[in-house]
Design a binder for this molecule. Structure first.
Ligand code: GLU
Length: 288
């Protein structure tokens, strides 16, 4: 008989606003999964995007989650302090010949897509048409040398050719075959954000020993890319539980711009943590 392994779960918010009821539900779920399985719960601050993240939101996140009754391991990992880890992963992918510099501006890409007969759409919108994938090595080197701004994209077809078919275990959905090509060649690094969400989250879940990723169904499709990165970087694959998203009274997903149902606003209005849990239990949900 194999004993069930105590799960390591995490909640990984970006400090770009106050937490709302949807975040609270997600955090409570991760916390409960760790507790029930006799495992560990980790809180991680995903603050790579310096243009949108603010220290006051991070402080508010810690305060609001503690108020809600959650406890986590310290020190809390703050992604902005670990850029070297993501840099190492990027270097490994480059060494495998799987990254290429992309010099296209957003306007270049939009123009190219507008001119294409049938531009494919992925989960994040129109798929990058691969303009810079075929540039000659000498041209790449010359343009980088001249200081031309560029992003680093993953050559997904070449990467999948290296790894072969991939899949992951998703609770409720079973074994899911990874099809990251639907995103096109994703950006893994830019000048202003030297590690993308996809790269940082994959590296961190592995470095922190996360064995059960619980997160909203809106991030289900991102797992296709994460699974590919795990295979390329030789990282373990956690189990995934993509939970339905909470809806407000009008049937819309909660968003950071809705100020009235943030944990902060509810707390200031005199609601107790138990009342917040009850509100969450009464909310309708959507599959994402
Ligand atoms: N930082 C992401 C967000 O706030 C969540 C990342 C994840 O759970 O994988 O949307």
């Amino acid at each position: 008989m194999t004993l069930p392994v105590a799960p390591v779960t995490r909640f990984a918010p970006s400090p770009t606003g106050h937490l709302h009821l949807g975040h609270a539900a997600s955090a409570l779920l991760a916390f409960a999964a760790a507790r029930e399985g006799g495992g560990r719960f980790i809180l991680r601050i995903e603050d790579i995007d310096a243009t949108r993240c603010r220290p006051e939101f991070e402080a508010a996140i810690l305060e609001d989650l503690a108020w809600l009754g959650l406890a986590w391991e310290t020190p809390v990992r703050r992604q902005s302090e670990h850029m070297a880890d993501y840099g190492k992963a990027l270097a490994a992918l480059r060494a495998h010949g799987l990254l290429y510099p992309c010099f296209c501006t957003r306007a270049d890409i939009a123009r190219e897509i507008a001119g294409a007969a049938n531009a494919p759409h992925g989960p994040d919108g129109p798929v990058y048409p691969g303009t810079c994938r075929g540039l000659a090595e000498a041209e790449r080197a010359r343009r980088i040398e001249s200081g031309e701004p560029h992003a680093w994209r993953l050559d997904v077809a070449a990467a999948m050719a290296q790894t072969g078919p991939l899949s992951w275990e998703d609770e409720g959905r079973g074994c899911v075959a990874a099809t990251p090509a639907m995103f096109g060649d994703v950006v893994l690094a830019r000048k202003e954000t030297p590690a993308s969400y996809h790269l940082a989250v994959t590296v961190d879940d592995a470095l922190q020993g996360v064995t059960l990723v619980t997160r909203g169904a809106d991030l289900f499709s991102a797992t296709h890319v994460h699974r590919l990165l795990q295979a390329l970087l030789g990282l373990p694959t956690p189990r995934y539980r993509h939970h339905p998203l909470l809806l407000d009274e009008t049937g819309k997903r909660f968003a950071k711009r809705d100020k009235s149902l943030t944990l902060r606003a509810l707390r200031e209005a005199g609601r107790t943590p138990d009342e917040v849990r009850e509100m969450i239990a009464r909310c309708r949900t959507a599959a994402g």
